[in-house]
Write a protein that binds this ligand. Structure first.
Ligand SMILES: Cc1cc2nc3c(=O)[nH]c(=O)nc-3n(C[C@H](O)[C@H](O)[C@H](O)COP(=O)(O)O)c2cc1C
Length: 356
């Protein structure tokens, strides 16, 4: 293990709980950080004031280092309103067929402004910032470093890992094709950048000289050690933490993870307009033919928000964006601090059995 990276992060274990926009809570982040891992707040969908409020809650719960994760997006989007009208018709018809009383509406903004979110992150001053979907600018990296915030960039290919290293990131979160949630891909066609973690890790470790964090399909301590043997300095687990009571994933989603079959975990564009890995459920099948004409991220994400909220409230996991990695069925529902303990026990046992 690259002990010095874990030390630089100020944590005890080579374990990062992934930022998961919409599914992390201050309780989850604080529980993981207090247990010696790095808890991360997925703040991609939060307005700046909510970022500050949740950061303050985390601070009240723990004095340990934690991370905030953001999606790198332009502040303004060009929107094809004809596609929006068509998508609303299709979504409204689906909600009517499924007996959900809500309908789509036009939001005041399609997504929070990234530059305002980043300003809130500067103010919140977490120990670590994790970025996905694109690179940030040199001036932004400088401002983060002036505040002693460690910068982690998400990459899905060797070229993206190099791009983050060249732009001054402190480490790269390497997202294998197995990973749950949105693909971080920003330089390539998403389908071409679906590289398995075992192939991607050694290539990225050889290509760049900053620490590499392994993400995608890691559900237990053995997986963490396997990633380390392939050169990772730490592991970033998302799906494994979705089953914790502190995660805000809907109960029906948590339930469906336990039943997940590996061949039903797939790449989905029809919820947000951007490729993400999750369960192939009733909604995904219903929108299969429509997906090619639906608007891109973040427009579709905003349009499906009322449907996703209503589905969660109605206990309809089959209509919800049930994001998860390929090994979802290995999820273990237990409090986050216990999960950190179990993961590290397994990791220690695996090390001893291999005498590494
Ligand atoms: C529900 C969910 C939401 C996610 N949201 C984010 C996010 O907001 N920011 C981010 O950098 N990564 C996000 N990810 C991806 C994780 O950082 C990580 O790459 C992934 O969880 C690793 O694969 P695993 O889920 O199989 O552990 C998300 C993953 C999941 C499952």
């Amino acid at each position: 293990m690259n002990d010095s990276f874990v030390r630089d992060l100020g944590i005890q274990h080579p374990l990062i709980q992934a930022p998961m926009a919409g599914s992390t809570t201050p309780d989850l982040v604080a529980a993981v950080s207090s247990a010696g891992g790095l808890g991360s707040l997925g703040a991609g969908y939060l307005e700046p004031q909510a970022i500050l409020d949740q950061a303050a809650q985390i601070r009240r719960l723990t004095d340990r280092p934690y991370a905030i994760g953001l999606f790198v997006l332009p502040d303004e989007f060009v929107v094809d309103m004809a596609a929006v009208i068509k998508a609303r018709e299709q979504l409204d018809a689906l909600m009517e067929r499924e007996g959900l009383a809500v309908r789509t509406s036009l939001p005041t903004r399609w997504a929070p402004r990234f530059s305002d979110q980043l300003a809130a992150l500067y103010e919140a001053r977490p120990a670590v910032a994790i970025f996905a979907f694109g690179l940030i600018e040199a001036t932004q990296i400088r401002k983060l470093k002036q505040r002693n915030i460690i910068v982690i960039g998400t990459a899905t290919t060797v070229a993206e890992a190099r791009a983050w290293a060249e732009c001054g990131a402190d480490a790269v979160s390497l997202q294998g094709a197995e990973a749950g949630g949105h693909r971080g891909t920003f330089l390539h066609d998403v389908d071409a950048a679906m590289i398995g973690l075992f192939a991607l890790l050694p290539m990225a470790v050889r290509a760049i000289d900053i620490p590499v964090i392994a993400a995608g399909g890691i559900m237990d301590g053995r997986g963490m050690l396997a990633a380390e043997i392939l050169g990772a300095s730490a592991s970033q687990l998302g799906t494994a933490f979705l089953g914790c009571p502190e995660s805000s994933a809907a109960e029906s989603w948590k339930h469906d993870l336990l039943q997940a079959e590996d061949h039903r975990v797939t790449t989905i564009r029809s919820f947000s307009g951007r490729a993400a890995r999750g369960l192939r459920n009733r909604y995904v099948e219903a929108m299969e033919l429509a997906v090619a004409n639906l608007p891109a991220y973040p427009v579709l994400n905003a349009l499906t928000a009322p449907l996703r909220r209503a589905a969660a409230e109605a206990g309809r996991g089959d209509l919800l964006s049930e994001w998860c990695g390929q090994a979802a069925t290995l999820v273990r529902p237990m409090p986050a601090a216990d999960l950190v303990g179990v993961l590290m026990d397994e990791y220690g046992a695996a090390r001893r059995s291999l005498a590494v």
